[in-house]
Design a protein around this ligand. Sequence first.
Ligand code: NDP
Length: 248
Amino acid sequence: MGIETYAGRVALVTGASSGIGAAIVQALLRKGLKVVGLARRVDRVKALELKDAPGKLYAIEGDVSNEESVLSAFKWIRENLSGVDILINNAGLGNDCNLTTGKTQDWKRILDVNVLGLSICTREAVQDMLRRGVDDGFIIHVSSIVAHNPPIAAYLSMYTASKHAVKTLLEGLRKDLVARKSKIRVGEVSPGAVRTEFLTNFDGLPPNVYDTIPCLESEDVAEAVVYMLSQHPRVQVHDVIIYPTGSS
Ligand code: NDP
């Protein structure tokens, strides 16, 4: 009873074109899943194909901050692959916008993608699972270590608030599913700094910022996702908090 029970099943990974999402796509392809990678830069998702992996990749162009785009992605999956069995809510962004001078549009981008996009995808995935009687479905949010701490700097306040929201939404989702007597499992991964393109959105940081701090690699986070999916159905790993060694 491990992740092989999900071989041939359908996993949707949002934010699949880069970093952690791309690593999760490839990890699940190696485990034999049908993986739908969704992102705006769809060509980068197509490039994740692995010749020797047993799984199959489907790349979909989509924007999680646009409800129509999300709904049409779920419709495509329903019509072509029957539905979503696993959702990895990974799409996310941060930018430097403090609370006294930040631009409203920068705050909205964070909340639209990290909170509302994640919530729309979650609702659609759960509805799809319930409609098909899928009782071993799985929803995993890619959260952050910042969800467990106050903001480490003023410019990270809105991003930190968005990940605190993700943590709270996960608790609510679990209660919602329990109330429905569903066995769909939910959990989150909360990594510290990961070497991806994520920090390139922060104007004030040097381009080599990842060389100046202890970092994880995207594959470390993908491995945590595989670990969560590998557990016996009675085991619901709620959160995997991962600090880079040497980070305080
Ligand atoms: P990257 O910037 O490398 O990747 C972000 C991904 O999100 C891209 O694939 C991007 O795709 C996608 N994305 C952004 N906006 C949208 C959108 N509107 N619709 C669909 N996809 C979108 O960053 P990471 O891989 O590091 O980030 C992945 C997750 O990990 C995020 O949720 C982030 O908050 C979290 N995280 C990252 C940490 C880090 O230090 N890197 C630490 C802790 C958590 P595209 O632009 O093609 O649409």
